[in-house]
Design a protein around this ligand. Sequence first.
Ligand code: NAD
Ligand code: IPM
Ligand code: MN
Length: 352
Amino acid sequence: MKVVTLAGDGIGPEIMQQAIRVLEYIVDTHGLSLTHHAYAFGGAAIEAKGMPLPKETLQACQEADAVLLAAIGGPKWQDATQTPEQGLLALRKSLSLFANIRPVKVSEQLVDFSPLKASIVKGTDLVVVRELTSGVYFGTPSYQKEQEAVDTNYYHVDEIKRIVRYAFELAKIRRQKVCAVDKANVLATSRLWRKVVAEIALEYPECEVTYQYVDSAAMEVIKNPTRFDVIVTENLFGDILSDETSVLPGSLGVLPSASHGTGVSLYEPIHGSAPDIAGLNQANPISMILSVAMMLRESFGQQEIATRLEYACDQALATCRTPDLAGKATTTEVTDAVLAAYKKENVYANTI
Ligand code: NAD
Ligand code: IPM
Ligand code: MN
């Protein structure tokens, strides 16, 4: 198992370091045959190689069995000819990572850290299935002039079909509910999405399908989050809604993601490089460690280890939290707590 690690910028290197500590502990403890190699990416790669996605980085990702990414971007590169964000989009596109899976679970430990009432967030267990390689992020023409600017929201029917099918397959092994989020009252692309969802729904009679406009869904995901199981949506709506759902567990710093396509998969927290807290050993490493868990399960078939690691994260949060969750612990201390819980807990006795 060959893993490429891309630490990136801001808090990226700090949380990646912690993820690697955990990964190395797991590899040693369970005798896994797994190696990891770091490559330059994002702003760090602009500094080192003059571009956010150097050829050797892309090639290493293409040849890897999984890619682990922390975060990229920052004010320093906002006006670069090629920004770190463009590097990230190019990486997703080059690896054909069309399905971005963003799970949101509010465990008992986190119920009281949400700014929302415990009675609302308790039991939340949803997944945002975000289309990741098309839509307004990639449509052409896209340009900015002095007096006007254009972005194009483009979807081909095949791009919609594959992500919608992905969502139904996921719902099948969850609670059999799919909510398609769109803006079909205004956008032609959304109307095509609805048509495709309705067609594919016929192949999954066991699944319940609902359709919801994105403005209304943005409200309901906060008001009644336990109603949702699988949310499937286009690139931009998925980006916005998934950050919004981080209010449910109380912090962006606990949400991981997996991106799948036709080849290698990539695992990354949903948040960014958090320049406001970079270098302070304050960042929450849980989103990154849970991304490692997703990688172990989804790319390497290590179901038991992944579940045990998720459980360890949950246990650690009971007593040890970084400032985003109103705690005083450092990034390193939270990772220590995760490792201590991992060593102690027996996954067979305690599954989450
Ligand atoms: P952000 O997600 O970096 O930060 C938003 C807020 O959440 C900040 O207050 C930050 O401190 C906090 N936060 C985020 N992750 C945290 C963690 N692990 N622990 C504790 N607090 C955490 O969003 P932003 O500030 O809008 O963007 C900063 C940069 O990151 C931008 O350049 C943006 O383009 C980039 N970005 C990159 C990715 C990625 O690499 N996938 C994702 C989102 C944003
Ligand atoms: C994310 C980020 C990226 C996105 C940016 C940094 C390009 O917000 O991964 O959610 O919009 O997809
Ligand atoms: Mn985002």
